[in-house]
Design a protein around this ligand. Sequence first.
Ligand code: CO
Length: 166
Amino acid sequence: MFKNLSVFALFFAALIVAGCGGGSEQADMAAPAQEEAAAEAASGVVVIEANDQLQFSVNEFTVAAGEEVTVTLVNVGTLPKETFGHNLVILTAGSDLEAFATEAMGNAGNEYLPTDMSNVLAHTALLGPDEEDTITFTAPTEPGQYEFLCTFPGHYGTMRGVMIVE
Ligand code: CO
């Protein structure tokens, strides 16, 4: 009887410890989750620089599904728009980036955007030195990875990245 009671007491004590542990763990998890939500809201605003070295300053950013996203592209380069312009084009999920870039680069008359825009989620204007463009769009409701690129001929090899929708 005493033994059983002792076992019961240990079991009960273990439950309390587990309960407390779980409680504090929940409390620990709640705080970062709130911070993360704030960071995600802040990440709805993204500033990306494009330069003469064929680089975007940001190659990956995260947004919340369905939220309003504001992306500003700033061309910090010095080379002329006609020979070294930059834009930022975000593609729909599952788009073939290489195929898209190949079609787009042949369309100089339309700022290197293809005639068929069905794979374009959002895009900036083509920018020359010291120019910038801000676009606002609603993030897809479908979580996933959405690739972006500069469609100026020869740029997409390095000027590309991913918008992650969570
Ligand atoms: Co470019």
